[in-house]
Design a protein around this ligand. Structure first.
Ligand code: GLC
Ligand code: CA
Length: 562
């Protein structure tokens, strides 16, 4: 595998709206991001991915872009952005923008022009399709519920939107559209960003016939993702983008890909793949299941661990994936993946250990480093997220009680991760002097950066130590490129693996006990050192290993051994 500059880095996703507000309007802004760069640097972050900061009506929180060349006024100005870029460079950091080009906003001038002239040039930037006997062209269900079709006023045409109706899909078949997008991508790369996180990119190709699929829900529709099972020729689109843009700048690209065909991994992220890397969502899709949130699954620790292990083994040797615990679309990882008895600081540190030391590029999501949790809401009206509202309705439609529907939202809502960053215990959590756009998680008085910075045994301090370990020149080669080799798989609640370097022969062993009971693991071969312990038991465990040749792990205990 070709080595890349970003392989040994640590990335961090910023959800700008909820990161840091500097003007009291309750919305995070670019000046806020700039003000926290030193914090991120100290944590050990190298690469920052900014969720969309473009001009947008915010129907889907900025994933509906009305001008790709402007910074949303809520976030600041282009001067602020240039300053942010300059300040990151000063600190040796890199910026990834979010690239949302499967669709734009219905407020984009292209779409306005298309509606004004439904048979004209700009209609060709979208999918304007004739209805069937006055009805929609097919039965696809959008990602956010309901038909993917919306009437084009004054015509018998419908336009396609795989996401919200305010997010019309762009027509990638049209060379003019592609040219516009490529120009825009290159314009940002010229500015000096390191690359992009690429949104929903698997959706860009559409079948020319828009054939219906067999219905799969009480609404008589069929999930639009199911069409991807048969999709051919996507790679040509991705290669075309790459050739005209990313490749020219050696840009880093992180694709958001769901529903990829398994045998295409090498095409996507192998040497010379379509993208530099893509997120590994295997643990997340495992929890979600195929249907709505009300039917999300609660797999065992073993099933969850085995899923991650299988994914590691599939990916290594092919490419380099990006590992996450959570992001702005997923609930908080500590609330989702940790069993009840492990929902504490030790458990959070354990989850960090078994995630950050996997093979791949760690992407932290803001607040993960202090162990932020899901947020309880009492009423559906307290949610802002479009997908949560839809999932709530879907649950009711499927016959769930209101309580059950709310429960599904509390566990799965995208707003769980979107509550403002908890900087301190003061009013507004140090995020804002005003009223936050989305209510704070009330636990900010206990879980916040300021409190954790004061404590050497906090989750935050542990994240710093873990990242420092990953970057330590003595172990970096192994923790970056070392093979992932699972161990103790027969023990259902032990999450243990080696990272073994073929370069230098180093074997680093990571072991964690997700179970309730203490476990003793017989170790083969001498172990020289405890590199990290989530319970501050470096000495104790080392002494024990020397004496007995065994490693004891209490519930929620994690260690890293050389
Ligand atoms: C991606 C984004 C998500 C958004 C969707 C539509 O999945 O991560 O937040 O709603 O695409 O752009
Ligand atoms: Ca603001």
């Amino acid at each position: 595998m070709k080595r890349k500059w970003w392989h040994d880095k640590i990335a961090y996703q910023i959800y700008p709206k909820s990161f840091m507000d500097t003007n009291g309007d309750g919305i995070g802004d670019l000046k806020g991001v700039i003000s926290k760069l030193d914090y991120l640097k100290e944590l050990g972050i190298d690469i920052i991915w900014l969720s969309p900061i473009y001009q947008s009506p915010f129907v889907d929180q900025g994933y509906d872009i009305s001008d790709y060349y402007s910074i949303g006024k809520e976030f600041g100005t282009m001067e602020d952005f240039d300053e942010l870029l300059a300040e990151t460079k000063k600190r040796g950091m890199y910026v990834l923008m979010d690239l949302v080009v499967n669709h734009c906003s219905d407020q984009h001038e292209w779409f306005k022009k298309a509606l004004a002239d439904p048979y004209g040039e700009y209609a060709g930037y979208f999918h304007f399709v004739k209805g069937k006997e006055g009805k929609v062209p097919n039965n696809w269900r959008s990602y956010f519920g309901g038909s993917v079709w919306e009437p084009v006023p004054g015509t018998d045409l419908f336009y396609l939107h795989l996401f919200a109706k305010e997010q019309p899909d762009l027509n990638w078949e049209n060379p003019k559209l592609r040219e516009e997008i490529y120009r825009m991508i290159n314009w940002w790369l010229e500015k000096g960003i390191a690359g992009f996180r690429i949104d929903a990119i698997i959706n860009i190709k559409k079948e020319p016939d828009f054939a219906s699929l067999s219905p799969d829900g009480p609404d008589g529709l069929a999930a639009c993702t199911r069409r991807l099972k048969k999709m051919e020729g996507l790679g040509e689109y991705f290669e075309d983008i790459k050739r005209h843009t990313f490749a020219k700048y050696d840009a880093m690209t992180v694709a958001e890909v769901f529903n990829m065909k398994e045998d295409e991994l090498a095409d996507f992220i192998g040497d010379d793949g379509h993208f530099s890397t893509m997120f590994d969502f295997s643990a997340h899709t495992l929890m979600q299941g195929e249907e709505g949130w009300y039917r999300s699954r609660k797999p065992s620790i073993k099933e969850w661990r085995d899923t991650i292990f299988a994914s590691q083994q599939r990916i290594q040797g092919v490419g380099f994936a990006a590992n996450i615990i959570e992001n702005h679309d997923e609930p908080r990882g500590v609330s989702r993946f940790l069993p009840e008895y492990a929902k504490n600081e030790a458990g959070k540190k354990m989850l960090a250990t078994t995630s950050l030391l996997l093979y791949g590029l760690p992407f932290l999501y803001q607040g993960q480093e202090i162990g932020m949790t899901n947020c309880r809401r009492e009423d559906i009206a307290e949610y802002d997220d479009i997908s949560t509202k839809d999932q709530y309705q879907e649950a009711l439609m499927a016959g769930c009680t209101e309580e059950k529907a709310m429960e599904a939202c509390m566990e799965n809502s995208r707003d769980n991760a979107r509550t403002p960053m908890q900087w301190n215990a003061g009013p507004g959590a140090g995020f804002t002097d005003g009223t936050p756009w989305l209510a704070l998680n009330p636990n900010y008085t206990k879980i916040n950066v300021e409190e954790q910075e004061r404590r050497s045994d906090s989750v935050l301090s542990y994240y710093k130590a873990l990242i420092a370990l990953k970057k330590n020149p003595e172990y970096k080669e192994t923790l970056t490129y070392g093979r992932f080799v699972p161990d103790f798989e027969e023990r259902d609640t032990i999450f243990a693996f080696h990272r073994i370097s073929d370069e230098n022969g180093q074997d680093i062993f990571v072991a964690a006990n997700y179970g309730k009971e203490r476990q003793t693991l017989p170790l083969s071969g001498g172990r020289a050192k405890v590199l990290l312990s989530n319970m501050g038991r470096e000495e104790e465990r080392m002494e024990e290993i020397r004496r007995t040749g065994c490693l004891t792990l209490d519930s929620c205990e994690a260690v890293v051994l050389l």
